[in-house]
Design a protein. Structure first.
Length: 148
């Protein structure tokens, strides 16, 4: 009766030791495994052209990966073409006391601000600016009031 009890205790000790060894063998995360990033912050300027000169014009700031381009539409006219890949967005409820901030991998981006429209089916005015994010850099990029 003692032999089976000793065998069970020895089995539990061996199982505990094997589990302990397995836990020590797991790779631990290091600082090198974290992707290097940059930081972009700024304001979505109020849209002065909206009716009644509202001092606060809420809107959404969206980060698009890439750069904008201009496509000829004929007769000397061009149309703005924005990148399609949205990587982040943030709602701005107060243009004066609230800033947007994004942590992004290095690269070229277009920050697009779209103001909240008065009518539900309408899209409000838009503003944009280009930024180039570098590792560890802090970029301050205000979105200008292009509504004027």
């Amino acid at each position: 009766m003692i032999a089976p009890l000793v065998a069970i205790v020895c089995g539990l000790i061996i199982a505990y030791m094997v589990e302990d060894v397995r836990m020590e063998a797991k790779p631990q995360p290091t600082g090198a495994s974290i992707a290097p990033l940059g930081y972009v912050t700024g304001h979505l300027e109020a849209c002065a052209a909206l009716p009644f000169g509202r001092p606060v014009t809420p809107g959404m700031v969206t980060v698009l990966r890439g750069t904008e381009s201009w496509k000829p539409t004929g007769h000397g006219s061009y149309q703005l073409v924005l990148p399609k890949a949205a990587v982040a967005h943030q709602y701005i409820s107060n243009n004066y006391s609230q800033t947007f901030s994004f942590t992004l991998p290095p690269g070229r981006y277009v920050l697009v601000g779209r103001y909240k429209a008065e009518a539900p089916a309408k899209v409000g005015p838009m503003t944009f600016t280009d930024v180039t994010v570098a590792i560890g850099a802090v970029i301050h990029a205000d979105l200008p009031d292009l509504c004027e």
